[in-house]
Design a protein around this ligand. Structure first.
Ligand code: NDP
Length: 255
């Protein structure tokens, strides 16, 4: 039975793995027995993290890769195909937000957000489909946001990108079930990371976030990582096309 609740003999690729939620997912996966391949745009961060993981006896590899650049994505596929001996899990986590009101977002803001949060995710799913299918139990986990399901006041391009990926995930869950690939997403509300530090450090902003959060606290990266791990492991083998919110009750809080 315990074999269903770990990631032994699973190889996972995690994007945006050097900070915040991606780093927590990496460490959760390693602790559950996975071999992990990490990417971000900063080579030094990758090197430091790999040294740390390997010194503790974990199986980890990685490379610098900007997921928004087609050539980088191709190089990533090439390296992973030749060096990891397969892939079972793809976690699309890299993402960002401009947190501007709709009329303040420029055309460049739209390109930046939609390319990073939406196009790169769709492209990586497409590129890694053959490897994931060959594994016989492929699992895609896309990190989205509660902003993809309801208004959170700012960041409409971000919200659209996350809503797009929630629906894209449903689509591929249906199309690729026959290819032995499950696809699910995880939607966090506010989690303490470098992305949210600038807004959460403002007391009045934090207070307004907490006033809308039944559990009266923001989340920790590990709490998102746990949901991602569940969706990647054999324990969730009949779950596909779902979106799990990790939000302290935020989405259920009506009146
Ligand atoms: P952080 O900004 O703390 O970390 C982002 C990670 O992604 C870093 O490792 C960063 O490294 C990497 N990254 C950024 N751009 C690229 C790129 N173009 N190519 C490759 N790697 C990249 O973000 P969070 O951990 O807070 O967020 C992770 C995900 O969770 C995002 O998709 C975000 O939308 C989502 N999310 C976060 C919430 C939160 O409250 N924190 C709430 C809801 C959703 P580097 O800059 O060196 O490339």
């Amino acid at each position: 039975m315990n074999e269903r609740w770990n990631l032994k003999n699973r190889k996972a690729l995690i994007t945006g793995a050097t900070r915040g939620i991606g780093k927590a997912i990496t460490e959760e996966f390693l602790s559950l027995g996975a071999e992990v391949f990490i990417i971000s745009r900063n080579e030094e961060d990758i090197k430091t993290d790999l040294e740390k993981y390997r010194s503790k006896g974990f199986a980890a590899d990685g490379m610098k890769c900007d997921v928004t650049i087609a050539e980088d994505r191709e190089k990533l596929l090439d390296y992973v195909s030749k060096n990891t001996g397969g892939l079972d899990i793809l976690v699309n986590n890299a993402g960002s937000n401009t947190r501007k009101k709709t009329l303040e977002n420029t055309s460049e803001d739209l390109d930046f957000i939609l390319t990073l949060n939406m196009k790169s995710v769709m492209e990586l799913c497409r590129l890694f489909h053959p490897l994931l299918s060959r594994s016989g139990h492929g699992s895609i986990v896309n990190i989205v946001s509660v902003a993809g399901m309801t208004s959170v006041a700012t960041g409409s391009p971000y919200a659209v990108s996350k809503a797009g990926i929630i629906h894209f995930t449903r689509y591929i869950s249906v199309e690729w079930a026959k290819d032995n690939i499950r696809a699910n997403s995880v939607a966090p509300w506010y989690i303490r990371t470098s992305l949210t530090e600038p807004v959460l450090s403002r007391k009045e902003y934090l207070d307004s976030v907490l006033s809308r959060t039944p559990m009266k606290r923001v989340g920790e990266p590990e709490e998102v990582a746990a949901a991602a791990a569940f969706l990647a492991m054999p324990a969730s083998s009949y779950i596909t096309g779902e979106c799990i919110s990790v939000d302290g009750g935020f989405l259920k809080y009506g009146f």
